[in-house]
Design a protein around this ligand. Structure first.
Ligand SMILES: [Cu+2]
Length: 276
């Protein structure tokens, strides 16, 4: 049986749509290739850079294609019987080359360097401080995310800490500050819906911050190929309303106090907040 290219392509698309069925919801092919929903206040900055780079590159690519195919058509053997041999080193050639080279450099490289530097300085590396910031420690390991809250005493690595596996629970609208490290190899803590990620590296503490604008369940992924079961490092970001979060924290806190084994030093993987 002969399967045409388009049949194969549409078969593949149908397959992707079937695989991505979650609950009763079937994602369309367009939804599958679109970025996930942005639920942060700063994600649009990353989105803008991404779109800008894509569209400006498309513009220059289109220009090159027009030149390539346009001149091939205009100067084909049919219209120009005698070939013209040129080294392309006349002044006008150099000017055209310089114009296009500079155009790409200024419109792509310089713009994204300037804007990303500004965003890093003003937003992503401008870490929030104060009592209102929710502090969370994350320990990455092959192949899971260990998540730690300070508990009632406000101190990390004590017996009343709330510890979660692969589930980061946060109240909507609150700024969340994450400190993280890794137990074994380099992982990358990635929140696609907040358009942010940072490497978790053994032997050092990395940090990132984000906030949320919408309740719901979102994905946590590992964005660094970290071994055989890398794909298993799919965690969940659970964004709750303030009341639901308070209730969850209260329950988890009680459970932690009742069940945390104070003798088991393996459970004390946390560290003093802010240590380097
Ligand atoms: Cu990983």
């Amino acid at each position: 049986m002969n399967i045409s290219f388009s049949e194969r392509l549409f078969g593949l698309i149908a397959e992707v749509e079937t695989i991505s069925t979650s609950g009763n919801r079937v994602f369309t092919f367009w939804e599958r290739i679109s970025p996930p929903e942005d639920i942060s206040t700063s994600g649009h900055l990353i989105e803008w850079l991404f779109n800008y780079t894509t569209y400006v590159n498309l513009f220059w690519f289109a220009l090159v294609c027009i030149g390539l195919f346009g001149f091939s058509y205009l100067y084909s053997q049919k219209r120009h019987k005698i070939a013209l041999y040129t080294h392309g080193n006349e002044k006008k050639h150099l000017l055209i080359t310089a114009f296009i080279g500079l155009g790409v450099f200024l419109s792509v490289d310089m713009v994204i360097t300037k804007i990303s530097t500004r965003d890093m300085k003003e937003v992503f590396w401008n870490f929030p401080e104060g009592d209102d910031v929710l502090k969370v420690q994350v320990l990455a390991q092959q192949w899971a995310w260990n998540i730690r809250y300070a508990g009632k005493d406000g101190e990390f690595n004590t017996a009343d800490d709330v510890v979660q596996l692969n589930n980061l629970v946060v109240p909507v609208g609150r700024k969340v500050m994450i400190q993280m490290t890794s137990k074994d190899v380099i992982h990358s803590f990635y929140l696609p819906n907040a358009r942010i990620k940072a490497d978790a590296i053994p032997g050092r503490y990395a940090k990132l911050w984000f906030d949320t604008t919408k309740t719901g369940n979102y994905e946590i992924a590992c964005a660094e190929m970290c071994g055989t079961h890398h794909y298993l490092m799919k965690g969940q970001l659970t964004v709750l309303s303030q009341e639901d979060y308070d209730r969850w924290l209260q329950e988890s806190q009680e459970l932690a106090i009742a069940t945390n084994d104070t003798e088991d030093m393996d459970l004390r993987w946390g560290w003093k907040w802010g240590s380097r």
